[in-house]
Design a protein around this ligand. Structure first.
Ligand code: PSU
Ligand code: MN
Length: 306
C-alpha cells in the first residue's frame, strides 16, 4: 500500500503480513451485514464466514468504513458495532470518498469492497449475490454499479449468481458487453441465488480451484484488467423450491413498487421482505450459500497464491 492510501486505511496486521508474504486472503463485504440481514444473524454470518476461511487456511478480511476510516479486517467489537448500528450508509463507488471525508460509517457493497480490495492487493472476494440489472430497468435505469465495477476492478467475486429480483438475462448481457467473464463453478448453468439454475448458461465451467486460479493469472498477467464472476451454486441441501421462491419474489416486487422504493433502497427492501414472507426460509438458504462461497473463495485464494 502506498503512503497516500495509508492515510485512510487501517489494515489488521495479520492481513498485511499475509499480503506481504503472498499468503491467501479473502475479502468479505459489509453491506450484507448492515443491509442484507438483521441482527444477530448478520454478525453470526460474518463471524462464521471468517471462521470458514480460516479453516481452509486463508485469512479473512472483512471490509467496512468506521468513522471515516477504511477498515480492512474488523475487530470483534467493531463487527458487533457494525451489526447493531442503524442507518449506516450503503457505500458504492460514488459514496466512498464522501463517507471517508465526512468521518461517517459506511457499509461497502460489492463495488465498494472490490475497490478497497484492489487498493490493498486482495484478489479474491466472497459474498452472497452481486447486484445487476433490475427488472424494468428499461424504464428505471436501475443497473447496479457492481456491474460497472466488475468491468474495471481486478478482483474475482465468488457469489451464488444473482437472484431473480433482477433480470438475470439482461444482467448477463451487460456483463458480456462490459467484458466480465462469468465462470460456472462446477456448473454449466448460471445459478439464481436461492436455486442452482437460472436457465441461462455461463461463459465457461471450471470444476476446481486450480483451474480458476490459472485462469485469473492468465487474465491479469495479460493486462486484461477487470473483475471476474465465479458463480458457485447454492448447495443442493439448502436450495429453495423454484416455484415457491419465484412467487414470493413476484409479490415482493409488486410491494416495493407500490411502496415507491427506489435507487439503493431497492435491494435491501426486497431482501428484508423476502425473509419475512418466507418465514426465514430464504434467510437460512442465504446463510448456507454465503458459507459455501466463503469456502470456495478460500480454496481459490489458496490456489491463486501458489
Ligand atoms: N444481493 C444479496 N444480498 C446483498 C446484496 C445483494 O443477495 O446484501 C448487496 C450487495 O452488497 C450488492 C448490493 O453489492 O446489494 C447491490 O445493491 P444495488 O442493487 O443497490 O447496487
Ligand atoms: Mn440500484
Amino acid at each position: 500500500m502506498n503512503e497516500k492510501l495509508m492515510k485512510y486505511i487501517d489494515i489488521l496486521p495479520e492481513i498485511q503480513e499475509a499480503l506481504n508474504e503472498g499468503k491467501p486472503v479473502v475479502a468479505l463485504e459489509s453491506t450484507i451485514i448492515s443491509h442484507g440481514m438483521e441482527y444477530p444473524q448478520n454478525v453470526e454470518c460474518a463471524r462464521r464466514c471468517e471462521e470458514i476461511i480460516r479453516e481452509e487456511g486463508a485469512v479473512p478480511a472483512t471490509i467496512a468504513i468506521i468513522q471515516g476510516r477504511i477498515k480492512v479486517g474488523l475487530s470483534y467489537d467493531e463487527l458487533e458495532y457494525f451489526g447493531t448500528e442503524k442507518g449506516i450508509r450503503k457505500v458504492s463507488r460514488r459514496d466512498l470518498a464522501m463517507v471517508v471525508a465526512n468521518g461517517k460509517d459506511g457499509a461497502t457493497t460489492v463495488a465498494g469492497t472490490m475497490i478497497i480490495s484492489e487498493m490493498v492487493g486482495i484478489s479474491i472476494f466472497a459474498t452472497g449475490g452481486v447486484g445487476g440489472v433490475h427488472r424494468k430497468a428499461q424504464e428505471t435505469f436501475d443497473i447496479s454499479a457492481d456491474l460497472e465495477e466488475l468491468s474495471k476492478t481486478s478482483v474475482a467475486v465468488v457469489c451464488a449468481g444473482v437472484k431473480s429480483i433482477l433480470d438475470i438475462g439482461l444482467t448477463l448481457e451487460v456483463l458480456e458487453t462490459k467484458g466480465v467473464p462469468v465462470i460456472g463453478y462446477g456448473t454449466d448453468d448460471f445459478p439464481a441465488f436461492y436455486t442452482r439454475s437460472s436457465g441461462f448458461g455461463v461463459d465457461e465451467r471450471m470444476d476446481d480451484p486450480e483451474t480458476v486460479a490459472t485462469f485469473l493469472s492468465a487474465k491479469w498477467n495479460l493486462g486484461i484488467n477487470g473483475g471476474v464472476i465465479v458463480a458457485n451454486p447454492i448447495p443442493v441441501a439448502a436450495e429453495m423450491d423454484e416455484a415457491y421462491i419465484a412467487a414470493e419474489i413476484e409479490k415482493a416486487l409488486v410491494k416495493s413498487e407500490n411502496d415507491g422504493i427506489k435507487g439503493k433502497d431497492v435491494t435491501p427492501y426486497l431482501l428484508k421482505h423476502l425473509f419475512g414472507a418466507t418465514e426465514g426460509k430464504s434467510l437460512a438458504s442465504n446463510l448456507e450459500l454465503v458459507y459455501n462461497n466463503a469456502r470456495i473463495g478460500a480454496k481459490i485464494a489458496k490456489a491463486f497464491s501458489k
